[in-house]
Ligand binder design. Structure first.
Ligand SMILES: [Ca+2]
Ligand SMILES: [Ca+2]
Length: 205
């Protein structure tokens, strides 16, 4: 299970049931998910498995629901590089040294189920290298971006905008060009930047 963006409705956002002996789940690796619980436990695990490992996941409890619950579990939970937020500190069994423990991961919009990270998110570049498992994010973007794996379903892609692009839409509009030339006249912009802005505007970029 990896790089999913999940939102719950009723039951757990992610529900694994391996209690039945005929479908005994084992060696489960849960990597790079964003697990959001609005009205149920974020992750419900009913496993008899061993070696369930959790890496690079965001567990986000919106309404104080448990991050996680399980029953009949007799395996080993291995957990690190996860972010836990919304219900206080992480579960007692999660003892990884590299977790974001009760720190807001700064998700774009829970209401819209847009789980992309915002600029400045502590989850950016805070994950472990999971390239053997999760080579792309939920959008298909290659991991890692920016030097290291992010925690959650999406890699954060930093954008650099031309200094004339005041509304940061990757397009120089005429009003922006005029304002930028004004900045140049008052020595707040360089001639080089003015010329590239002019070039972009002429080419409709
Ligand atoms: Ca990254
Ligand atoms: Ca613009």
């Amino acid at each position: 299970m990896y790089h999913s963006g999940l939102a719950s409705a009723g039951r757990g956002a992610l529900y694994l049931n391996g209690v039945n002996t005929t479908r005994n789940i084992s060696n489960v690796r849960i990597y790079n998910n964003t697990i959001h619980s609005g009205d149920a436990s974020g992750l419900l695990v009913f496993l008899t498995s061993v070696n369930a490992s959790f890496r690079n996941n965001i567990f986000y409890s919106e309404n104080n629901q448990p991050y996680y619950s399980d029953s009949n579990y007799n395996g080993i939970r291995s957990s690190d590089y996860n972010a836990w937020y919304g219900r206080g500190v992480r579960p007692a069994w999660a003892t990884g040294m590299n977790d974001l423990n009760n720190i807001d991961p700064l998700i774009t919009s829970l209401a819209a189920h847009d789980f992309h990270l915002l600029a400045g998110s502590p989850a950016i570049d805070a994950g472990i290298d999971a390239n053997a498992i999760a080579t792309n994010d939920y959008d298909g973007v290659l991991r890692p971006q920016g030097g290291a794996f992010d925690i959650g379903a999406y890699e954060y892609i930093s954008q650099t905008f031309h200094p004339a692009d005041a509304n940061q839409n990757n397009k120089i509009e005429m009003n922006e060009l005029i304002a930028f030339i004004g900045k140049w006249k008052s020595a707040q912009a360089t001639l080089t930047d003015v010329l590239t802005a002019l070039d972009k505007w002429m080419r409709g970029m």
